[in-house]
Design a binder for this molecule. Sequence first.
Ligand code: HEM
Length: 89
Amino acid sequence: VWYISANRDQQVFDDPYRFDVGRAPNEHLSFGIGRHYCLGAFLARLEIRVVLQELLERVETIELTGPARRIRSNWANGLKQMPVRVTTR
Ligand code: HEM
């Protein structure tokens, strides 16, 4: 699977380049598919949920202050750097 392409498949996702945490249905392949489906997917989802919950409790705003830099990879998509200004509650 070429994850970068699969998760932006216009035949699967409406507006595939939009960051939408509430996307439903969300048939992404970030945790793989089939018999080698990620064994840690439930733990990873839990960890991400806890991080976001704790962040939302403490943070008022998060504002982009410069251009984001992406990682150079033909395997995974991700951010290398994303400067932001955080205002706490
Ligand atoms: C956001 C976090 C994570 C992502 C995006 C991710 C992604 C993936 C992907 C795409 C695969 C499938 C690779 C393939 O098809 O060969 C995979 C497999 C696997 N992942 Fe994760 N993973 C994450 C977190 C974790 C965590 C936290 C653990 C363990 C604590 C874990 C353990 C594994 C294992 C053991 C496999 C191999 C499963 C097998 O081959 O049967 N992963 N992961």
